[in-house]
Design a protein around this ligand. Structure first.
Ligand SMILES: [Zn+2]
Ligand SMILES: [Zn+2]
Length: 394
């Protein structure tokens, strides 16, 4: 089908040296004043102040608690293309000594969300200069990615219904891959994961007469062994599943007392949401078996729940075409990443794709104390998203 509009010259999609310098300054400013998930008010204010130079047609503030959206309309109606950037930092002490290091103790942008948020600002600046020919672009600055809540918060905001995208894109910088390489995959890109908390309650007794109490000690031992083995005990998983016991506690340090309560925590992980459902059922059954065997009460809690990030084929193809147009090196992932990303909440509901942008093979890894977002990726990211928009909406 021929497109009913003429494509703007490529130069209209390139950030100017002045804009790139402004983006770099913004990124380093965000880096100095990082905020944890759900507390990104200052970050949002800095980003919106930058955007005031490139006013959108609409700005939706306080979207999903501490997020916001900017909308740039095309001249004629058409599809909605959304791009999401995350804005939260991590509760880790930064080790870097650079001038733009974090000014907040034990909080730092060690996942590069300062860079992701800034890339969206670069896209906004280009859109303010030249609107798409048709449809609209919705830019989403999303809070609380690190705790798996932000995407759900945005989606649960009643105003999100008017932003509903036809297609949504997002990216993450990827240390360990060549700088600027576009990393893509059809289907699962990043794993689903969730935290399981099993609380066991029995009754304490004198350590000299443990038989008169109900100790969860054997149940804890059973659960640690059985949860770890859970992926191997069934053959109906479609793909990779994993259970990692992350914490266990039994009674108190008291040599005169047989314990009466315990907690076991584990992280469940899978490449597919249906496998996660099977794994979840079996983990619950193990808890029930352990509790019943020793007459214990069982309480189950779940936390840090992430859906699998599953890419849609057509959206991945759009990313690949944009990467080709930008002359970027590309890499197809053979297996999904084992880490999780709450972008999966969007691709559960809408067509979309999440991609990786290489941060350099020797670059410190995400969440490491010496990590810092490579500023070279700002231009790469802006150009890639601008090209995607140009291809889709003109
Ligand atoms: Zn992270
Ligand atoms: Zn991240």
């Amino acid at each position: 089908m021929t497109q009913p509009f003429s494509l703007p010259p490529m130069s209209a999609m390139l950030p100017s040296p002045e804009l790139l310098q402004a983006l770099k300054t913004l990124r380093r400013d965000l880096h100095q004043y990082p905020e944890l998930a759900g507390q990104e008010q200052g970050t949002g204010a800095r980003l919106q102040q930058f955007l005031s130079r490139y006013p959108p047609d609409r700005l939706l503030a306080d979207l999903g608690n501490t997020g916001f959206a900017a909308i740039y309309h095309g001249t004629v109606p058409g599809p909605t293309l959304a791009i999401r950037g995350d804005i939260d930092a991590l509760p880790i002490m930064e080790a870097a000594t650079c001038p733009h290091r974090s000014r907040h103790a034990n909080v730092a942008h060690l996942c590069g969300h300062d860079g992701h948020a800034t890339i969206l600002c670069g896209v906004a600046a280009l859109l303010a200069r030249r609107r798409p020919a048709r449809g609209r672009v919705v830019l989403l600055w999303q809070p609380a990615e690190e705790i798996g809540c932000g995407a759900r918060w945005l989606l649960a905001d009643p105003r999100f219904t008017e932003l509903a995208p036809d297609v949504i894109f997002g990216l993450h910088n990827l240390p360990g891959f060549p700088l600027g390489q576009v990393v893509w995959r059809h289907g699962s890109f990043a794993a689903a994961s969730k935290g399981l908390i099993l609380r066991l309650t029995g009754a304490t007794a004198h350590a000299a007469q443990p038989e008169s109490g109900r100790s969860p000690a054997l149940a804890v031992a059973y659960l640690i062994a059985q949860l770890t083995q859970l992926p191997q005990t069934a053959s109906d998983y479609c793909d990779f599943v994993q259970v990692t016991v992350v914490h266990a506690r039994l009674g108190e340090v008291a040599f005169g007392t047989a314990p009466g309560e315990a907690v076991v925590m584990a992280t469940l992980r899978s490449y597919r949401d249906d496998d996660m459902a099977r794994l979840t059922d079996r983990a619950i059954a193990l808890g029930q078996t352990a509790a019943q065997a020793d007459g214990l009460q069982l309480a189950i809690e779940w936390t840090d729940e992430f859906a699998a990030t599953v890419n849609h084929r057509a959206a991945v193809e759009q990313v690949r075409q944009a990467a080709i147009a930008c002359h970027y090196d590309q890499h197809e992932l053979t297996t999904p990443f084992r880490w999780s990303e709450d972008f999966g909440e969007y691709t559960r509901r809408y067509s979309g794709a999440f991609l990786g942008l290489g941060a350099g093979e020797q670059h410190p890894h995400l969440h490491q104390a010496d990590y810092d977002f490579p500023d070279e990726l700002l231009e790469r990211g802006v150009k890639l998203f601008a090209t995607l928009i140009r291809h889709s909406l003109g």
